[in-house]
Ligand binder design. Structure first.
Ligand SMILES: Cc1ncc(COP(=O)(O)O)c(C=O)c1O
Length: 396
């Protein structure tokens, strides 16, 4: 008899912890509680006006029907031009599959690369979505752990030790969510060396590439050489660079057979991304650099502010993030007794300090918390003062 059960795949799914914390903080706000949110993974700026205008124009011109699953050619051409201009990557429009966000492109990638039992190397702390999407595709995440003392950079020996005969791919996310770490060129070379030696795919999630600070650069691993390029899937999108999180436009650029497989997958799952959002994205990729530079510079000064303030709290170790809009301090000095884990500490901060942060264990970065500084300077000052006060009531 039918038992009305769900698939074992559905059993792998849990609610996103970061979206969950934002929802909890929003619910407290709705009750009139003055909660300061450091949970958000999205820029707090409006989408630049020319992009909005382009989408409105598209709507008014009736650009409201299906497009090819990989996206309209004009958008794929604009992305190919951007990848050549900014990243030194020479893709043809056929090698680019636009999607409903970089998250969707990571999903497509895992679906077309992995068979059951294939291993994918992740460098922790890592964006938890990778692990879930690997498992959904039947794969197995293999995790390398890094520390703030090492700027969250893995050693060559660590990377080498993670490779097994089942390894299919390695994920490179630089700048990183949640640590803000930017991998040095030397580490990218080491990853490339291993990928070439063992025939591994490199999944390069470059969604935060434009948000780098203090003169840091985040090179595209695919630009290290033609052989590496042939094994790399480069993923990016409009969300973080252009403050377009809700538009849901991302892309993967990949060797042709991979791109074709992703496009076939989209044929059956989502079709192309929203038509008029694609028109907005074309405008984004044609914007002058200054449109992005203002937001980047603001994030940099907020980074300096929040790092400086957090470092005044006794016992907290605060590695300086070089990119993205997250800071990932080590709060293990405050753990113990009733606050045994970073999860407990995050709950304590929400109830006692009315400050929402994300526990580091969500990213396999136990003993840390993640704070997003995609929020106003005033809230950064008020929020960190509240954290300092609440932690001051405990001994580090
Ligand atoms: C590392 C990383 N990749 C991808 C994404 C998702 O981007 P998108 O909005 O384009 O799906 C995020 C969003 O938080 C992220 O942190």
């Amino acid at each position: 008899m039918n038992t009305l059960s769900l698939s074992s795949r559905a059993g792998l799914l849990k609610p996103s912890p970061t979206l969950g914390i934002t929802a909890k903080a929003n619910a407290m706000k709705a009750e009139g509680i003055d909660v300061i949110g450091f949970g958000a993974g999205e820029p707090d700026f409006p989408t630049p006006e020319p992009i909005v205008r382009a989408a409105i124009d598209a709507l008014e011109k009736g650009f409201t029907k299906y497009t090819p699953s990989a996206g309209i050619k004009e958008l794929r051409e604009a992305i190919a031009a951007k990848l050549l201009r900014e990243n030194g990557l020479s893709y043809t429009p056929d090698q680019i599959v636009t999607s409903c966000g970089a998250k969707h492109s990571v999903y497509n990638t895992m679906q077309v690369l992995l068979d059951a039992g294939d291993e994918v190397i992740l460098i922790a702390p890592y964006w938890m979505t990778y692990a879930d999407q690997i498992r959904l595709a039947g794969g197995v995440p293999v995790v390398i752990h890094t520390t703030g003392d090492a700027n969250f950079v893995p050693t060559y020996d660590q990377l080498k030790a993670a490779v097994t005969p089942r390894t299919k791919a390695i994920v490179v996310n630089s700048p990183s969510n949640p640590s803000g770490a930017v991998l040095p060129r030397q580490t990218l070379k080491e990853i490339a060396t291993l990928a070439l030696r063992h025939g591994l795919w490199i999944v390069a999630d470059e969604i935060y590439e434009r948000l780098v600070y203090g003169g840091a650069t985040a090179p595209s691993i695919g630009s290290l050489g033609n052989d590496v390029f042939e094994q790399t899937i480069t993923i990016n999108g409009c969300s973080k660079t252009y403050s377009m999180t809700g538009w849901r436009i991302g892309y993967a650029a990949a060797p042709l057979p991979v791109a074709k497989a992703m496009s076939n997958l989209q044929d059956q799952v989502t079709s192309g991304p929203t038509t008029f959002a694609q028109k907005g994205a074309i405008e984004a990729y044609n914007l002058p650099n200054e449109a992005v530079e203002g937001m980047r510079a603001e994030f940099e000064s907020r980074r300096d502010l929040i790092v400086g303030l957090l470092r005044q709290i006794p016992g907290i170790k605060v590695p300086e993030p070089q990119g993205a809009f997250y800071v990932f301090p080590d709060v293990s000095a405050y753990l113990g007794n009733d606050l045994a884990t970073d999860d407990d500490l995050a709950s304590y901060l929400l109830t006692e300090a009315k400050v929402a942060v994300v526990p580091g264990s969500v990213f396999e970065g136990n003993g840390h918390i993640r704070l997003s500084y995609a929020t106003s300077r005033k809230d950064i000052e008020r929020g960190v003062a509240r954290i300092a006060e609440a932690l001051g009531r405990r001994t580090a």
